[in-house]
Design a protein. Structure first.
Lengths: 410, 321
């Protein structure tokens, strides 16, 4: 690894760290609508605009639907674009999430993960972005504010790669990360600029048979967002899935490349494995809970217990191979879900991890823990109990319940 | 050339190459298709068009074919104005940063009555309030024709649609047409105008004037739909004339808050004896056939009264010059 560049340390919340990363990434258009707990991102960015610190068109739209639409249209015009949302705002964007990925517009969006109504709840869980699992967006979830900053910079590089051209969500846990002050190391502006570069557009053939950059350009008329009937629609969708597969490799490469300039990496970019090599039991989680769990793993290891942790950083595309090779020698796996799939026998992350392990030679026992909904706190004592339960399953040889609820009144 | 310099003569319009091209799959007698062709005749240079989901979007962009001779974007139904916002914002900043050619590019957003009156009004109102530089053109065929002739906020009172059929108890749509151009005028827009397919020179020059405004402009174009209106496909343009002559759809323009009747309507205001009756306009339209039944005679009278009232109010609100 080359020597990392000298970095300034700033005290920032996750939201502020994201706004700062956007400020440094030469974004052309930011269109957004405020919603708790994402608000600090747009407020901070508004400050940058007001003080002339950015060369960005900041479009304060009248809704999230229009915010994402404006980003998509700006992206189709060739611009680098960013938006941010949460909860109901993301739900209002739902239609446009599919249109954005279908138009292959590399919009980057931060989601300050928050519960969905009803009942109304402004606190953190991952119901909002988990519900958008199949919308064709790359989904990266971060553990802390530092990673939020780093991941936004990486996201532009991933989204805009001409072999990918997919929109990217960077999810950070609402309040736990969005509003908590941390020391965040920031790269010099120039270093970020060089890393993200200017947006490259692939050349495509226009209907007039001319080769031209893929964007709305009066010199090379192009019809974007057409109608496709049963004779073509399916091929469009297959290409999106292929792009997702390409993203698996690219996310790893970007993680490595970023480590060279910053000295920071997050596992291999897809998964962050912690003490898994010889682990008998392990927890899989998404987001900030990994921080607490790492401390618990350290404590239990000191007690001589073979425990490990896998933080799933990239949820879409799902790193099936990485999950399998990291977990197939673990005997019992507990998967943590901060969202509910009503009637689905477990949460989304559980479904995906269990599915990835199905073809393993030594298929581990996999159980699910649903926790923290609507911002309910999960204490270290409770999380430690999960490891104890996993050991109990290991001893008995079977689980009493496949789907379990943590910290819930029964 | 500005609208003052360009005379909008038949020759000039005919000679200008088409940008909405033939080969689209619109129905026979589709006035919106004619309107779109004319709108594109009104463009003045590099232009990007964005369109809401609807008849005209569907018939013109079936992959791998296209009828668009200029860059064109469709994303969804309710957001043509938000598309325009994004395109305009991108053009502005990328031009400033030197990422694209240093030239002005016009942005036109197109939508039908659903994409304007109803599902699209939020995005439209927002984009206008933010002051994006674009022209929004509503082609109003008075119903959700693309999905099979359902009522919209732009459907007139009494019209039978598939969601407001003429029944024995309810004779067609009970509610009046939403005054969309008045609503846009209330946004204090620099340019708001109405036009009708028959008066093509008026229409083309209004497109040009709307584009010349530095900020948002709104153009409401009346465009009959023979399928939805149950009319003879050969008479679409005739109905677009009758609507103006009967004052059901007067044509006017408002520049910086000063509203004037356009020539076809002004002539009627000056010579009221030329004003045709609502009956003249309604007859022959299948969607209003039930109104001619004896039990609905009162309704016909009411419709004439409503048109008269609105017309008088409009004439009063217009600058006489």
């Amino acid at each position: 690894m080359t020597k990392a560049i000298k970095q300034e340390t700033m005290a920032m919340s996750g939201d502020e760290a994201i706004a700062y990363a956007v400020k440094q990434s030469d974004v052309d258009v930011v269109a957004a609508y405020p919603i708790t707990p994402q608000t600090i991102i747009v407020e901070k960015f508004g400050e940058y605009v007001a003080n002339g610190e950015v060369q960005t068109e900041f479009v304060c739209t009248e809704s999230e639907h229009s915010a994402l639409t404006a980003c998509l249209a700006a992206s189709a015009t060739g611009a680098r674009t960013f938006t941010a949302s949460a909860s109901a705002g993301l739900a209002l964007m739902h239609e446009m999430l599919f249109v954005t990925s279908g138009c292959r517009a590399p919009v980057v969006m931060a989601i300050a993960n928050r519960a969905l109504s009803a009942p109304l709840n402004i606190h953190g869980d991952q119901s909002d972005s988990m519900a958008e699992r199949d919308s064709g967006w790359v989904q990266i979830y971060v553990e802390n504010s530092q990673e939020a900053y780093d991941s936004i910079i990486q996201a532009f590089k991933i989204a805009e790669d001409t072999n990918i051209l997919l929109p990217v969500i960077v999810g950070l846990d609402g309040f736990t990360l969005s509003h908590s002050l941390e020391n965040v190391k920031v790269l010099p502006d120039q270093t970020v600029l060089e890393f993200v570069g200017t947006r490259q557009l692939p050349n495509v053939l226009t209907h007039e048979g001319k080769e031209a950059p893929f964007r709305l350009d009066p010199e090379y008329p192009m019809t974007m967002g057409p109608v496709a009937f049963p004779n073509y629609y399916f091929e469009f969708k297959r290409q999106q899935d292929d792009a997702m597969k390409n993203a698996l490799e690219l996310i790893k490469e970007v993680n490595t490349e970023y480590a060279k300039i910053s000295g920071r990496s997050y596992g291999n970019g897809l998964i962050d494995a912690y003490n898994l090599e010889d682990a008998e039991v392990a927890i899989v989680c998404v987001g900030s809970t990994a921080g607490t769990l790492k401390t618990i793993v350290d404590e239990l290891r000191q007690e001589g217990l073979k425990v490990g942790l896998l933080r799933l950083r990239t949820f879409r595309p799902l790193p099936v191979e990485e999950l399998r090779s990291a977990l197939e020698n673990v005997k019992v796996v507990g998967v943590m879900d901060k969202s509910m799939s009503f009637g689905g026998h477990g949460g989304a992350v559980f479904h995906e991890v269990r599915h990835a392990l199905y073809d393993s030679e030594h298929r581990p026992q996999v159980v699910n823990y649903i926790y923290g909904l609507g911002g309910r706190d999960s204490s270290p004592i409770e999380l430690r109990r999960v490891y104890e339960e996993l050991f109990a399953i290991l001893r008995i040889g079977r689980a009493k319940h496949i789907v379990n609820y943590l910290g819930l009144r029964e | 050339m500005t609208s003052q310099e360009w005379k909008f003569t038949t020759k000039a319009i005919a000679e200008k190459p088409d940008l909405f091209l033939s080969g689209h799959r619109a129905c026979a007698g589709c006035a919106p298709a004619t309107v779109l062709r004319l709108i594109m005749k009104g463009t003045r240079g590099p232009t990007i068009v964005t369109e809401a989901t609807g008849c005209m979007e569907v018939v013109s962009s079936i992959y791998p074919y296209t009828s668009w001779g200029l860059p064109w974007l469709h994303t969804a139904f309710e957001n043509a104005a938000a598309n325009a916002s994004g395109i305009e914002a991108a053009l502005k900043i990328m031009r400033k940063k030197g990422k694209i050619k240093d030239q002005h590019v016009d942005v036109i957003a197109l939508a039908g009555d659903g994409g304007t009156y109803d599902i699209g009004i939020q995005a439209l109102s927002g984009a206008v309030e933010r002051g994006h530089d674009f022209l929004f053109v509503l082609y109003d065929n008075e119903g959700y024709m693309n999905t099979g002739i359902q009522r919209s906020g732009g459907t007139p009172k009494g019209a039978a649609t598939t969601t407001t059929p003429a029944g024995s108890v309810v004779p067609g749509k009970p509610e009046r047409k939403k005054p969309i151009a008045e609503i846009m005028l209330a946004h204090d827009m620099e340019y708001v105008a109405t036009a009708s397919a028959y008066y093509w020179r008026d229409l083309v020059s209004k497109v040009r004037k709307g584009l010349e405004v530095n900020g948002p402009a709104f153009l409401h174009v009346f465009a009959p739909c023979p399928r939805g209106w149950r009319t003879d496909p050969a008479k679409s343009i005739e109905y677009s004339k009758l609507a103006v002559e009967s004052c059901v759809f007067p044509v006017w323009e408002s520049v910086k808050g000063k509203r004037q009747l356009s020539t076809p309507s002004k002539l009627i205001a000056l010579a009221p004896q030329k004003k045709k009756t609502v009956m003249d306009y309604l007859k022959g339209q299948g969607r209003f056939r039930h109104l001619f039944a004896p039990q609905n005679a009162k309704l016909l009278d009411e419709m004439q009264r409503l048109v008269d009232e609105k017309w008088e109010k409009l004439v009063k609100n217009c600058d006489p010059a």
